[in-house]
Design a protein around this ligand. Structure first.
Ligand code: GNR
Ligand code: NI
Length: 172
């Protein structure tokens, strides 16, 4: 197991649109190892989701676990939202935008179809935080970040704050 480096805003690689996973690729041991490493990276961060884009792998999959006990790992490969309803506003954060939190409006309830880590198709109905997380991770696969929902001025403030944080961390 290994922790993977997480790309941080405004790294242009986070803007890459991920391409579909060939289901045969899931059969490779290196792919299963990558999924395990993504869970370890997410749990250690700690976070509740991690898209492949964030670890510089530009394929359409992500891992999620919103449980307190970190014992409900979910893998979504080639995810597709087939239904959405309602609206919720949630204060989001992102491992690629560390230390920044902002309200984002998203669908309250979604239906998502995907393959699991073994290539088996499933359909999931998600609400609340799980629905937020699935939508947040699917944005990453499109090269989109939660700060894109903020005004350009606020996004620029975020960029400057992160640059300042990094300067302090690097000097220490
Ligand atoms: O750990 C995370 N927490 C979180 C909180 C509110 C809304 C979305 C998220 S996802 C985030 C992990 C992450 O950056 N995933 O891409
Ligand atoms: Ni994120």
């Amino acid at each position: 197991m290994a922790q993977l480096p997480i790309l941080e805003f405004p790294d242009p690689r986070l803007r890459t649109r991920a391409t579909p996973v060939d289901p045969g690729w899931l059969a490779e041991p290196a792919t299963q190892q990558l999924l395990d490493d993504m869970f370890e990276t997410m749990y250690e961060a700690p976070g509740i989701g991690l898209a492949a884009s964030q670890v510089d792998v530009h394929r359409r999959f992500m891992v999620i676990d919103i449980s307190e006990e970190k014992n409900q790992p979910l893998v979504f490969v080639n995810p597709l939202i087939t239904g959405r309803s309602g609206e919720q506003v949630y204060q989001e954060g992102c491992l690629s935008v560390p230390g920044i939190f902002a309200d984002v409006a998203r669908a309250d309830s979604i239906t998502v179809q995907a393959l699991d880590r073994h290539g088996a198709a499933f359909t999931l109905q998600a609400e609340g935080l799980l629905a937020v997380c699935v939508q947040h991770e699917m944005d990453h696969l499109e090269g989109k970040l939660f700060v894109d929902y903020l005004s350009p001025l606020k996004r620029e403030m975020v960029r400057k704050k992160l640059a300042k944080q990094r300067k302090q961390t690097d000097a220490a």
